[in-house]
Design a protein around this ligand. Structure first.
Ligand code: FCB
Length: 443
């Protein structure tokens, strides 16, 4: 099937939405926004595609009204967005940027006027530079400042948020950024990675306490999940895959749901894990109201003794790939959700907070025929339907992304949007996938 008619077989109260994040669309040059570590990372040689940054991005700061219309007119009932920490607190703490507060004020009212449910996220990676320079997520003070920032957001906007997520993809904000060096701050340091993997979760725990103090009852965290498998089934590969799975998935799940870290990763981190980390696990494992899952692909792991510390690499699989080179593997979505439920006896609502593909979209005359993207959405939404049929409590599905945007290290070279953005003129053009969602969501 290559259409999205399946949407019409979903329960009436199921939420379809679309997602973005602050740094990827707003434009950090506008509105007296403070600098984040992504602004400085992009300035270093060879960190992002053509040294591109999010200074202008989609100029959403100026065009938010038009963008909310694009969400609404497509038929979505929810919008997932993130607050930019440096936009409201340019130095990470202390001085407040009132222009930043008034931007989110207008944005939230704009959502409510259009009857869009606001799904807010507190941290989608734009760490204020001032805090980054003091070690960022390697510093035990950063979670404390994150709690103060959370308080500011909740005080001003808490009552307008349908839901609030603390951190988007803590694995990316820690391991990928401090061990793999692919995201800001670009470190390749096991000790820093171990600390960041703990402090990013402590930030989640501390923020949750603040959210509760504001009486908000729909709080969660968003985890990016990879379905982990091995290249060939042999003992060394299996151990490698297990370690990768523990770093990517279980470190976060097990801390949040069981208040403990997996043993194989603790063994790897040894003396690098922050002192007294056990004490923090209580805050980290407080109950949450829902869990968000971002799903894109699977990870195929192979033992490789040449790789320092972890002795493993990710290898390319045989399946059809998106423009990111990520295999299209819809089955993985069901597999990871079912395995999480089983392993952690989960019984809280689940939101699919991100799913989508980068594609080299064909632009023919005025139309953008991204039929590959429609096929991708169909196959993954079909998995969600299968899970619902098994009575798994999935409450929403968010397409990543509303707009083509700043795709981190890939700059503007990868297009994930339902809506095409011309980065010279900032003209938005809905793609065929946008019309496809619209034709079933507005039915
Ligand atoms: C996720 C991020 C999101 C976007 C997509 C493609 O890991 O949350 O910002 O980059 O990947």
């Amino acid at each position: 099937m290559d259409n999205l008619s399946i949407i019409n077989s979903f329960p009436k109260d199921f939420i379809f939405g679309t997602a973005t994040s602050s740094y990827q669309i707003e434009g950090s040059n506008y509105g007296n926004c403070g600098r984040s570590h992504w602004d400085s990372f992009a300035k270093k040689p060879n960190k992002t595609y053509r040294s591109q940054d999010g200074g202008v991005a989609c100029a959403h700061y100026l065009k938010w009204n038009e963008d909310l219309d694009l969400v609404k007119n497509c038929g979505f009932s929810a919008y997932r967005f993130s607050f930019s920490w440096p936009r409201v607190l340019p130095e990470g703490k202390g001085l407040i940027n009132n222009e930043g507060l008034s931007f989110y004020d207008k944005l939230l009212d704009g959502m409510l006027e259009r009857e869009l449910k606001p799904f807010g996220t507190l941290y989608h990676w734009d760490l204020p530079i001032n805090l980054a320079e003091k070690g960022g997520w390697v510093n035990r003070d950063t979670p404390k400042y994150f709690a103060d920032y959370t308080d500011l957001v909740m005080k001003n906007f808490g009552d307008r948020l349908y839901s609030i997520a603390t951190i988007n993809e803590p694995w990316c904000a820690s391991w990928l950024s401090y061990y793999c060096g692919e995201h800001a701050p670009g470190l390749k340091d096991l000790s820093a990675a171990a600390k960041s993997m703990h402090f990013i979760l402590l930030a989640h725990g501390k923020a949750l306490e603040v959210i509760r103090s504001h009486n908000h009852k729909n709080a969660g965290i968003v985890l990016n999940k990879a379905y982990v498998t091995t290249k060939d089934d042999n003992e060394q590969n299996n151990i490698a895959a297990e370690l990768y799975n523990s770093i990517h998935n279980d470190w976060f799940d097990s801390a949040i749901f069981n208040g403990e870290y997996p043993k194989n990763v603790l063994d790897l981190f040894k003396e690098h894990i922050p002192e007294n980390y056990q004490k923090d696990l209580e805050a980290i494992s407080q109950s949450i109201d829902w869990i968000g899952i971002n799903y894109y692909t699977r990870a195929i792991v192979e033992h490789d003794k040449k790789i320092k510390d972890i002795n493993l690499v990710l290898t390319k699989g045989p399946l059809k790939k998106t423009d990111m080179g990520w295999e299209i593997f819809p089955d993985g979505l069901s597999k990871i959700i079912q395995s999480m439920i089983k392993k952690y006896s989960l019984n809280i609502p689940i939101h699919i907070t991100e799913n989508g593909m980068a594609n080299k979209d064909e632009i023919a005359k005025e139309t953008i025929n991204d039929h590959e993207r429609i096929g991708f959405y169909y196959s993954h939404i079909n998995e969600v339907k299968k899970l619902l049929d098994k009575k798994i409590p999935i409450k929403s599905y968010f397409a990543w992304s509303l707009l083509d945007n700043f795709e981190w290290a890939f700059g503007y070279s990868k297009r994930f949007g339902l809506v095409h953005v011309d980065f010279e003129t900032q003209i938005r053009t809905p793609k065929k996938s946008w019309y496809e969602f619209q034709s079933y969501l507005l039915k």
